[in-house]
Write a protein that binds this ligand. Structure first.
Ligand code: PLP
Length: 417
């Protein structure tokens, strides 16, 4: 049996343990939902106050140049690029993940004229599929989205496939694709590869350049700790950038936005991924979160993440074996991200009881309990305590009280995935 004392020793030996104190986490809460909304870095309020009071308040419009607002999207994009293994000038912080996906998916289709298929996974996060549907309708309905079960993705890629669009770590199951293998498979058929890194960026090292990815998007408010509604990011491999005609051809992606020309000329490089005026306040909070993530070696972050997800699964097996939880997340380390999902027919009321007791994970319909492990601020003893709390809930009957129709779908974390 794994004891709490053994988990405390793991915490004491943890090379990343000092990072926990860099986050403002409430007392009495074990936060296992950083894959949905990352925690608040302690440095962020002061950074925000400076941007609001000194930059905006005192510099006013002069802040665009004087405080570097005009370069913020590329500067912060460059920092995110270091987390995802992009080359300099390939990543931009901008817009939401959904909007960025629209932009890069449209770009990918442009680069493969005559090919009509978008291949994706049926269990992809819904917005990704919705955006693909909306885009194909915009383009006249000649393209089609093939959202197939994960096991059929490989065989669905063919000579009519323009782009393969996958989320690297599945939001529900935590299953992780082999980025290098899938990218090579897409390329072998002449298709382009687009990765959604919503559940990967900031949770593990990535090597977009080494894996030869064409496009990527991701979230700023999950493992990057950029705050609710933080801007997302997009990545366009350098070799494609100047071949793309931006579908959302706004003035911030113009070659000379301040010449106010009546016709659109796209900026060179990653700048053409921009659309309109960037949200400077949101970018400031995002930069604070990203700066913190640039400090630890990402290999250590990944090692801790794997140790934590592995510990959680072992504890569930050891201590909750009698309670019909099914571990959905793969046991092989290479095949999982930084979260663990348990299936249980009463997942919703169990998660509500857990949250009421101070252990915050989330519920994904119809029967998934989801636990995210952000290695910078989750401790090993926290994991022991979380499983202990789950065991106590299962031993009680209180959580069975709400009738099934009263199982609210609005639980913390329900909006962002
Ligand atoms: C969280 C998430 C999103 C969120 O998109 P927004 O535009 O930020 O709301 C998109 N795709 C995936 C795979 C996600 O996990």
């Amino acid at each position: 049996m794994i004891t709490r004392a053994a988990c405390e020793s793991l915490d004491a030996a943890d090379p990343l343990r000092s990072f926990r104190d860099r986050f403002a986490l409430p007392d009495g809460v074990i936060y296992l939902d950083g894959n949905s909304l990352g925690a608040l870095p302690k440095a962020t309020p002061a950074r925000m106050r400076d941007v609001v009071e000194r930059q905006w308040g005192q510099q006013l419009i002069r802040g665009w140049n004087g405080a570097g607002w005009i370069d913020a999207a590329e500067r912060i994009g460059g920092k995110i690029g270091r987390l995802i293994g992009a080359k300099p000038g390939e990543t931009l912080a901008a817009d939401s993940t959904s909007i960025n996906l629209f932009k890069v998916l449209a770009a990918a289709l442009q680069l493969r004229p005559g090919r009509m298929k978008i291949v994706s996974e049926a269990d992809n996060f819904p917005t990704d599929l919705y955006i693909a549907e909306g885009l194909t309708a915009c383009l006249g309905g000649r393209h089609s989205l093939h959202a197939v079960p994960a096991a059929a993705v490989g065989e669905s890629v063919d000579e009519d496939t323009a782009v393969v669009m996958l989320t690297h770590v599945n939001y529900r199951t935590g299953r992780r694709w082999d980025m290098g293998r899938l990218t090579a498979l897409a390329h072998a058929h002449g298709a382009l590869m687009l990765w959604d890194l919503a559940h990967s960026a900031g949770a593990m090292p990535l090597d977009l350049a080494g894996d030869n990815a064409d496009f990527a998007v991701g979230c700023g408010y999950k493992y990057l700790n950029g705050g609710p509604g933080a801007p997302g990011f997009l990545y366009i491999a350098g070799r494609h950038q100047d071949l793309i005609s931006p579908p959302l051809s706004g003035w911030f992606g113009h070659a000379a936005p301040f010449e106010f020309n009546p016709t659109y000329v796209p900026a060179p490089g990653i700048a053409r991924g921009a659309v309109g005026t960037p949200p400077i306040l949101g970018l400031a909070a995002l930069e604070s979160g990203v700066d913190l993530l640039l400090e630890p070696p990402l290999s250590e972050l990944r090692a801790k993440s794997l140790a934590q997800t592995g510990l959680f699964m072992r504890l569930v097996e050891e201590r909750l074996a009698m309670h019909e939880f099914e571990i959905v997340t793969p046991r092989e380390e290479d095949a999982r991200g930084s979260q663990v999902c348990l299936r249980h027919p009463q997942a919703s009321p169990i998660m509500q009881a857990l949250i009421a007791g101070g252990v915050i994970g989330d519920f994904r319909a119809p029967d998934i309990l989801r636990f995210g492990f952000a290695p910078l601020y989750v401790g090993y003893a926290d994991i022991w305590d979380a499983v202990d709390a789950l065991g106590r809930i299962m031993a009680e009957t209180a959580w069975r009280a709400p009738p099934p129709q009263a199982c609210a779908t609005v639980v913390p974390g329900a909006r962002n995935s």
